[in-house]
Design a protein around this ligand. Structure first.
Ligand code: C2E
Ligand code: CA
Ligand code: CA
Length: 690
């Protein structure tokens, strides 16, 4: 209510002072009245004594001189306090009297009418005083004097005078006291005001290092100390809070870094790049622009990790990040998505040509080997390129398109780039469909084996290769080149291999019967994945036993690369297969490994010259030389040679001339179902083809 305490305190003091002054005035008045009454009593007594004495003297000396008596008595006149006085003789007959003119009747109302009823001496009656005095002695009384004195009048008179004297003094004292009190209060309250201003400035400035300078032993001093202590505490708390906040901010930054950046390469990570890409896609869609995305992974990185250890793998990833970074411009986004997968988001030029040129630069940047720990390692890239419009600006579609394109590059033979085209999605869907249908395909007997005959130099059919097909309920006849890699990736190849082995075992009696040759061999293809399966040998052994198969009627074909990728396991597996009596052929020979030294260490009977060389026999000198060299090599190693893909007589002639033992090709027969195989005659003659 009041902005300052001074006002209520001042009011209280002024009121208190007023009460005090009034109390003093009242007490003084009462005391004063008592004193006046006392004096009046004494004076009245003295006056009546003196008057009686003077009248006694005059009456004794001049008896009967009434005039003189009257004169003495009348000396009372003029006494302001005497209301009236009466001079009686002994019988209370009035001899003389004095009376003021304006006596109020109520003043005398309490006094007895008869003077003889009034006792001697001074008696108080209400607001008046009556003195009854005997003139002369009690033995010889001469008369009586009765004097009526106005007590109230005297008191009123006195009070007025006192009041008149007291009021200015009281006023001055009152003002002085109030002023002194206000000064004291002001002096006492000033430190409080200073403290108030201090706390206000702390509040406004938020500067908790300020301290109150008020030093005193009183309550305000203690309050100031307490405020300073509170500020100490606040300052310490603030410091702790600040440090905690700083720690939190640091932690938040670390977490953001961890969340958004790859700790190995320091590149933005998947999370970061996806968040950015999402925004970029939205922006591009709004502005009707396009975005190009390059997605790549390292060829054979898993092999490096497995053979040289993860530390070397990590070093390569760091080098890859450095190399790619140097090719990019400011503003291009380059991120590691995880493992050996990286992504580049070019900043400005989003044309196909620019993306292709960048992909080429990326690939050629990796021609140079990595020099790590004394090793010289060459790592290639497979790049997939996709754009936002093809993906309808959808992030996951864009990523999956780039992924599809990259896998196309991988399938095409690595170190290459592929631009995404919408038909890849269809083929991907087909792939998925096939992958998911393999198991049910086996259970529903959707797979079939076709046989392609192998012919010796005399045109006799000496064997047949079992080649699987899938009679798919939706897609029709699906060829193995399409579904075998899918089955390999999906881990379902062994089921297929086992199915083929079983099928062949069931067909062998019929084929043997048709071929009427005890050395007739049926070839079964094995995948690289089969060689890693520890149970396959047992399966083969058991299936042969159950079906009464002579292992000498069976040949297993495995590609050169599959054999060498699992060299130790393959050697072990084929040694056991060979010991059992089966023949072993190295398929697609000449396409993969350039080092031939391993040939002396492996357990095979036949080299199968890859179809590519046979196809080019008439057109390529190089192919002719390679084919000749393979046959020559096989002879030196005491291996037989089979050439596949013979489509014309010229090819067959060339192969026969160079010592190839057997051939296989459309010229003789395409792979055909068993019932058709059984219709073939046992020997082909050259004349048939000329
Ligand atoms: P491959 O083992 O090299 O089989 C030979 C392939 O060449 C067969 O293709 C065959 O039809 C084809 N071919 C034979 N002669 C000629 C010719 O004169 N001209 C042409 N253009 N092609 C000829 P197919 O049956 O499509 O098999 C492709 C590949 O699928 C096989 O190559 C083999 O690697 C794999 N494969 C087939 N069946 C199986 C199987 O049961 N298991 C496994 N693991 N792989 C199989
Ligand atoms: Ca084969
Ligand atoms: Ca082959």
């Amino acid at each position: 209510m009041f902005k300052t305490l001074k006002v209520p305190i001042g009011v209280v003091i002024a009121l208190s002072m007023s009460v005090l002054a009034i109390s003093v005035a009242v007490v003084t008045k009462v005391e004063h009245n008592n004193a006046i009454e006392d004096i009046l009593l004494k004076n009245t007594s003295a006056l009546s004594d003196e008057l009686a004495r003077q009248l006694a003297v005059v009456m004794e000396q001049s008896p009967g001189n009434k005039t003189l008596h009257n004169k003495v008595f009348q000396s009372l006149r003029g006494n302001p306090n005497v209301l009236s006085a009466t001079f009686y003789d002994n019988n209370y007959r009035v001899l003389s009297s004095v009376e003021q003119s304006n006596i109020k009747p109520e003043v005398l109302s309490d006094i007895p009418n008869k003077p003889q009823s009034i006792p001697f001496g001074v008696t108080r009656y209400g607001s008046a005083m009556v003195a009854h005095q005997l003139i002369g002695s009690s033995l010889y009384p001469l008369g009586h004097v009765v004097i009526y004195v106005d007590v109230d009048g005297a008191l009123t008179q006195g009070s007025k005078k006192t009041l008149f004297n007291q009021v200015p003094v009281i006023m001055v004292v009152w003002i002085l006291c109030v002023a002194i009190c206000m000064l004291c209060i002001h002096l006492l309250i000033t430190p409080l005001t200073t403290l108030k201003k201090f706390t206000q400035s702390v509040f406004e400035s938020k500067d908790y290092s300020l301290r109150s300078s008020i030093v005193s032993g009183n309550e305000i001093g203690r309050l100031s100390n307490n405020i300073n202590s509170l500020l100490d505490t606040i300052e310490v708390e603030l410091l702790i809070n600040f440090e905690q906040k700083q720690t939190l901010v640091d932690q938040q930054e670390t977490m953001a870094r961890l969340a958004n950046f790859d700790s190995l390469t320091g590149l933005p990570n998947r999370q970061f790049v996806l968040d950015n890409l999402r925004l970029e896609l939205a922006r591009a869609k709004r502005n009707d622009e396009d975005i190009m995305l390059l997605f790549f992974d390292l060829d054979g990185f898993k092999g490096i990790n497995d053979s040289l250890g993860h530390e070397t793998g990590d070093l390569i990833l760091i080098e890859v990040a450095d190399r790619v970074q140097q090719l990019l411009r400011d503003g291009d986004l380059f991120a590691r998505l995880g493992g050996d997968e990286f992504l580049v988001l070019p900043d400005r030029d989003v044309s196909t040509a620019a993306a292709e040129s960048l992909a080429t630069r990326l690939i050629t940047a990796f021609d140079e080997p990595f020099e790590l720990r004394g090793l010289s390692l060459t790592v290639g890239l497979s790049v997939g390129i996709a754009n936002a419009t093809d993906a309808n600006y959808d992030l996951s579609e864009l990523m999956s398109n780039a992924d599809l394109a990259m896998y196309r590059s991988k399938a095409r033979g690595r170190g290459s780039f592929t631009l995404f085209t919408p038909d890849m999605v269809e083929s991907h869907k087909r792939k998925l469909h096939l992958a998911n249908g393999i198991e049910s395909g086996i259970n529903n007997d959707e797979f079939v084996v076709h046989y392609q005959v192998k012919v010796n130099n005399n045109g006799y059919i000496i064997g047949a290769e079992a080649l699987i097909r899938w009679q798919h309920p939706e897609f029709g006849l699906v060829m193995p080149n399409e579904f075998i890699p899918i089955a390999e990736q999906g881990g379902k190849i062994t089921a297929i291999t086992q199915w083929v082995i079983q099928r062949v075992c069931l067909d062998i009696p019929t084929i043997k019967h048709w071929a009427s040759s005890s050395t007739f061999r049926v070839s079964i293809n094995l995948s690289g994945h089969d060689l890693r399966n520890a149970h396959l040998f047992d399966f083969i052994y058991n299936t042969f036993s159950v079906n009464g198969i002579n292992p000498e009627n069976i040949e297993f074909e495995v590609t050169e690369s599959a054999y060498l990728e699992n060299f130790a396991l393959s050697n072990k597996f084929f040694r056991r297969i060979g010991n059992m009596g089966c023949a072993i052929a190295l398929d697609d020979f000449g396409t993969g490994y350039s080092s031939l030294s391993y040939l002396t260490q492996i357990n095979i009977d036949t080299l199968k010259v890859d179809r590519q060389f046979v196809t080019e026999i008439q057109t390529s000198e190089r192919s002719r030389l390679v084919t000749g060299a393979i046959i020559d090599l096989a002879k030196r190693l005491s291996l037989s040679v089979c050439a596949e893909g013979i489509e014309n007589l010229e090819q067959w002639d060339y192969l026969k001339l160079h010592g190839c033992d057997s051939v296989q090709g459309f010229m003789f027969s395409k792979p055909i179902p068993l019932d058709q195989l059984l219709t073939l005659k046992a020997q082909y003659s050259v004349e048939e083809f000329s």
